[in-house]
Ligand binder design. Structure first.
Ligand SMILES: [Zn+2]
Length: 216
């Protein structure tokens, strides 16, 4: 792993993404976490992930660590990986997941609580849906699963894994009263998915609060 010379480049990408999400207002009070899958030559490292408890406004590559498939820090890092690392590792066991991003926006926290009993939110009719991989029309229905929150990450990972759709496009889920997880084949895809879902959540929140503007 020490010979994996590209690590700094991946760590910079993760740090840039964390600061970008913080600027958007999606990472309050040192919360949220971000990771990118490392190439096979980095094995046994699986991904580079933000360390726990760091303010995302100023996070740099020094606060991004590599972990193996069990979530253990590598390179002798004394930093702890995010507490939610098991969820990232669970997602990296799926095909075509190259980056995992997790945010704590107000819209995600509010709407996930309102949809916890139903188990999902549905979005339809929004042009920005086309920003999601394999979605080509605005007039389709996209379901965003909602799962109960828990501090037991092992339980949460085991609960969510079999409940994520495999056949239909699925690029994210909500944890009730907590926040949003998204992923993508690449970091660029994952960032686009994050922007799409945060935008859709804001639209949904506005509509539920104020309704559609007169004449819309
Ligand atoms: Zn969280």
């Amino acid at each position: 792993m020490d010979t994996f010379r590209d690590f700094k480049r991946y760590a910079d990408q993760v740090a840039d993404t964390a600061r970008w999400a913080a600027r958007k207002g999606w990472a309050p009070a040192t919360s949220t976490n971000y990771s990118v899958r490392l190439p096979v030559e980095a094995a046994p490292a699986i991904c580079a992930i933000t360390a726990s408890g760091i303010d995302k406004d100023h996070l740099d590559s020094e606060s991004v660590i590599t972990i193996d498939g069990e979530g253990r820090p590598m390179n002798g890092s004394r930093l702890r990986p995010s507490a939610e690392t098991p969820l990232h590792l669970m997602l990296y066991r799926r095909a075509n997941v190259g980056a995992v991003l997790h945010t704590h926006s107000i819209a995600a926290a509010l709407l996930s609580r309102s949809a916890e009993a139903t188990g999902f939110l549905t979005f339809s009719g929004w042009e920005l849906l086309k920003g999601l991989e394999r979605i080509e029309r605005h007039d389709c229905e996209v379901r965003l699963p909602v799962f109960p929150n828990s501090q037991d990450m092992a339980w949460l990972s085991a609960h969510i894994k079999p409940r994520l759709p495999e056949a239909e496009p699925c690029h994210g889920f909500l944890l009730a009263g907590h926040g949003l997880y998204v992923w993508g084949k690449t970091l660029v895809d994952a960032k686009r998915h994050l922007e799409v879902f945060e935008y859709l959540l804001q639209c949904e929140r506005e509509v539920r609060t104020h309704g559609y503007p007169a004449g819309a």
